[in-house]
Design a protein around this ligand. Sequence first.
Ligand SMILES: Nc1ncnc2c1ncn2[C@@H]1O[C@H](COP(=O)(O)OP(=O)(O)OP(=O)(O)O)[C@@H](O)[C@H]1O
Ligand SMILES: [Mg+2]
Length: 153
Amino acid sequence: MIMMTSSPDQTRSLGRRLGRFLRGGDVLCLYGDLGSGKTTLTQGLAEGLGFKGRVTSPTFGLARIYHGRRWSINHLDLYRIEPEQTGDIGIEDFVRDPKAVCVVEWPEAGRGYYPGDRLELRLSHAKGGRARRIRATALGPRSRDLLVNLRAG
Ligand SMILES: Nc1ncnc2c1ncn2[C@@H]1O[C@H](COP(=O)(O)OP(=O)(O)OP(=O)(O)O)[C@@H](O)[C@H]1O
Ligand SMILES: [Mg+2]
């Protein structure tokens, strides 16, 4: 499924719509270059999950935990993390947390830790300016359901 947004607000709003369908155990991997909108999308996801505060980039903190209405949000950023380090930061506990939705920016280094059924979102700059292209790939039945809901809602 391919989506386009033309402003940060539109990207947040897409995240908000998807966020409403998420539940504990869901894992979302957000791929894309610097500034492609991963954190902006996560702000929307957290809003959709009922979190009222500010979501900031965890780049140098690696992980932040937000509390939504019903589920927590484990927000990870593995930028500049080497695959050998992922065990040390306890990625497994963040990813396999049944009470939390786990959102991972720069997920490359964590390969091998993610559940088979996850949603992959690839963000990229499209024709300059504020346009972004977001390609969603569902890797199992649960994530396929999420996309069906997103398309319908
Ligand atoms: N359509 C859009 N969607 C999302 N962000 C946009 C859009 N248009 C412009 N922007 C701007 O692009 C930047 C995206 O930054 P953001 O922190 O979300 O990216 P990121 O992918 O998380 O980057 P990083 O890899 O550094 O973590 C913001 O400054 C945002 O205002
Ligand atoms: Mg970011």
